[in-house]
Unconditional design. Structure first.
Lengths: 297, 164
């Protein structure tokens, strides 16, 4: 049986209660509260013919209903008044809930959507350490930090496993891990992914999780997120974490998404895996997503 | 360029009639006001508040410094929405776009503001600001759109994390 192609993925998603729905996702922006309030920004954009609708499940997210021009190139964007950020991608930082004064590690930070969101939540106070391994992703990260007026962040290029040399213990860690992506994230996605690729992502994710937890203070929170629907990268990784790492899975309190699956391909998982959230695009009208909240024991 | 010829923030701001000492630290080719000094030995790429970038023999301001220039510059010129759009696309300023100014004269360096009072860049006056016609009156030196052009120039990011 082929382990690639749309039929393969459709079959496995149906086994775990999902499906494939060809959707066109709306453009979504997040108001950068370090620069402006939604109350100030919305009428200003409306005057230019932009129609926005508040998202019910994020604090500062708005769906773009109509825009006569590209929202990435106007003065308001260049001044960092907003960040174009997919709806599901806004959720990990809301779950992490970083506060002013805390020390936060962002493990795979580029292009900076979540880093800038965390800095805004922290009101530019405290410290964010942002790592990204890939050199070609760094310019976008730096540009977005500049645009959004971020002042509490220090960026390193490299593997986050090197963060140990900084000698810091973090209150909170965001691990938005490299993943297989999902069928809405890339044209031709079905033909580019297979079981081997998923396994390779799983290996990277477990390595990053293990390292990141070393840097987390006891009682600290780590939010793990991926834009993959593959259970190996989501629930099965969380089962592995429960078995191998000093963590407990806390409940992700969201009104959107489904509980994490606790029975996958005939395997029963720890009941706490249900504390995670899984976003099937046809239900959430977002990209595919998985999010878990861990507390270090 | 040897270190004595390096552009300094003091000189850069002086061209706008601003006399400000900025305690900046240089990381690579960018100037920052660093809070976490203990991290500097680990060679970060970015730390704290970005102030400016070096580009050849010149400095270009960060978005935040540009706003400070907009407030503190001796000469300011406010342009209408059409002029604003052209300017952030890299074009010069024409007399018909100007809605307000502080009476700069030829060769003065001026901050360019939009009608919201935000600084969108700066330029140099090349002709009296009431000169009608097809000739620009302010030559653009730097505009906010530089941010996008800089990013586009850098290696195109192939995002393997979706559009997050």
């Amino acid at each position: 049986m082929d382990s690639v192609g749309k039929e393969f993925f459709e079959r496995r998603y149906k086994q775990i209660g999902g499906d494939i729905a060809p959707l066109e996702l709306p453009q979504v922006l997040r108001v950068n509260t370090l620069r402006i309030t939604a109350k100030e920004l919305i009428p200003r954009l409306e005057k230019k013919g932009v129609q926005l609708k508040r998202l019910s499940f994020t604090r500062n997210g708005f769906e773009v209903i109509k825009s006569p021009f590209s929202l990435g190139a106007i003065t308001e964007s260049l001044l960092g008044y907003y960040y174009i950020q997919e709806a599901a991608a806004q959720i990990p930082v809301e779950v992490l809930d970083p506060k002013p004064g805390e020390i936060v590690l962002d493990c795979c930070a580029a292009p900076g959507g979540k880093t800038t969101q965390a800095a805004a939540a922290m009101q530019n106070q405290g410290t964010i350490i942002a790592y990204d391994l890939k050199e070609h992703r760094i310019p976008s990260l730096l540009m977005n930090l500049e645009r959004c007026g971020i002042k509490n962040t220090t960026v390193f290029q490299g593997d986050v496993v090197q963060a140990g040399r900084l000698g810091l213990k973090f209150d909170k860690i965001l691990l938005d891990a490299p993943c297989s992506g999902n069928y809405l994230s890339e044209p031709g996605w079905f033909d580019k992914r297979d079981e081997q690729g998923i396994e390779s992502s799983v290996n990277i994710q477990r390595r990053l999780l293990k390292s990141a937890l070393d840097f987390l203070a006891q009682g600290g929170t780590l939010v793990y997120s991926i834009c993959s629907l593959e259970p190996e990268e989501g629930e099965l990784n969380m089962q592995w974490a429960i078995e191998h790492l000093p963590i407990r899975l806390a409940k992700v309190n969201l009104q959107i998404g489904d509980s994490g699956l606790t029975n996958i391909f005939g395997k029963s998982l720890h009941p706490d895996v249900a504390n995670c959230r899984r976003f099937w695009p046809q239900k959430t009208m977002t990209q595919g997503f998985f999010i878990a909240k861990m507390v270090k024991l | 360029m040897n270190s004595s010829n390096k552009p300094t923030l003091k000189k850069f701001l002086a061209q706008f009639g601003m006399s400000v000492e900025v305690p900046a630290t240089i990381l690579g080719r960018s100037h920052f006001i660093v809070k976490e000094r203990a991290l500097l030995s680990h060679r970060p790429l970015f730390s704290g508040e970005l102030v400016a970038h070096e580009r050849g023999d010149f400095l270009i301001p960060s978005v935040d410094l540009l706003q400070k220039i907009g407030k503190g510059a001796r000469h300011k010129v406010t342009v209408n929405a059409h002029g604003e759009w052209l300017f952030i696309c890299g074009r010069d300023v024409f007399a018909k776009s100007i809605v307000k100014h502080t009476n700069p004269v030829t060769e003065d360096r001026v901050a360019i503001l939009n009608e919201e009072g935000e600084c969108i860049g700066y330029g140099q006056v090349t002709a009296p600001l009431d000169t009608p016609g097809k000739r620009p009156v302010i030559a653009r030196i730097f505009d906010l759109g530089d941010l996008l052009r800089r990013e586009r120039k850098s290696k195109k990011v192939k995002d393997d994390k979706g559009n997050s």
